[in-house]
Ligand binder design. Sequence first.
Ligand code: NAD
Length: 475
Amino acid sequence: MWKIDQAYIDGAFVPVSGKEVVQSLNPATEQVIGTAILGSREDAKRAIAAAHRAQQALGQTGKAERIDMLRSLQAAVLASSDPIRDSAIEEYGAPLARAQWVSQYASQCFANAAQTLADYPLTRHIGATRVMMEPVGVAGLIAPWNSTAGTVCSKLASAIAAGCASVIKPSELSPIQTQVLADALHRAGLPGGVFNILLGRGNDVGDEISSSALISKISFTGSTPTGKVIARAGLDTLKRVSLALTGKSASLVLEDADLTNAIPLAVNAAFMNNGQACVAGTRLLVPRRRLTEVIERVQAFVGNLRVGDPHAPSTDLGPLVNRAQYERVQGFIRRGQEQGARLIVGGEGRPLGLEQGFFVKPTVFAEVTNDMDIAQAEIFGPVLSIIAYDDEDHAVDIANDSIYGLQAYVFSSQPQRALRIAARLQAGTVLINRIAPDLLAPFGGMKQSGIGREFGAMGLEAFLEAKVVASAECV
Ligand code: NAD
């Protein structure tokens, strides 16, 4: 049983002054596995002050010192990859393979940032003018509950590479994952205050971070409505803001797609992370001529997916994170039927044989039109909508008919044709015949899926500010 009552501030675990206690439930068993006291606005102020003190020295470091820090963080997180993996299974319900991947990815973020920094020219010249890329200042890193270790490590790695101290606020729904990660990061032995971690509600700890005059930059991952609140809160102090937000991604199956490969990939794109992924491809766009064939293949593939104990290597889908998320997804499944979509797999309620836990049936609707709620809203559960299209122009129109533009998938046996379609899609990333991202390429959303990019050189630049020095003499 976990009992968490501390925040990580100025290089040490210290008691929080907050009073609100939250419980952590194992979503597969609904058993309480821990309690946590959330931090308060006062705790946030302490953390921000510590980061502000550390910024002075950190901002003066050069590449070599930052790369050393990143290597220490990489080693510390790698050494804790088993507890990081286990906490994602226990507290979040991530299936073993996914939890394993995230735990490895968390340490890889630091290696990637070290490599990016090594290759990046922090000083360059335009004629006789010197351009220096300086740290933007103290950063607030705010994360959602659906990939705690991955999001925190990715943001922290870029911040350190840029020379920015940080205050990290993971989600109040992931206290155990946060504690395990904070223990690991602490073991890297970085100077006090370089990063600080505390749990707390968005409207006090989150708001303090987003509005504090001592913070220069916010890197936020979460929902679009929260992103807008954070951008507004940062306006008075003109914070630099990166927002990685909601998605409603389309998977386009072209006429010439090899369905044997495409359908498993497309379904996995929709149901990855138990359907709780910002990049989930939850609208499957299919040429009308191949609709029957696609439906049959989807039914067969989804019918064979195993839902259950996330510890079991054979499990494809674990539970949703909590009861609220379970109810929300049930609501969408009901609404899909009410609005006239045809249920072809799954439906309301738990899968057969699972009486406990926030398990939902992987669900697929056909005869979906793009104006239905299930085609427009991010459901954040394993619910896939099949939408028929007449020709390529129609497919592109449907894919782009969304306020979001995070990711898209194209399946085709003609690379040039797929590239032509990719060029017309309004999405930050388009993946062709694959669903794995390139983690060194810039990642982020168009339209209301976000502002700015993470990962690689562009992720580093999100924490840098250009300073130009031009002299009358040649120096
Ligand atoms: P959320 O927006 O509810 O919360 C995210 C974080 O913001 C939490 O830590 C929360 O406490 C904090 N927060 C809430 N109100 C705040 C405020 N007023 N000021 C400052 N912080 C505040 O999102 P969630 O439900 O935790 O996560 C799911 C959402 O995140 C989905 O929409 C998903 O698509 C999105 N997401 C996006 C990406 C991406 O890279 N684009 C990645 C993962 C998740």
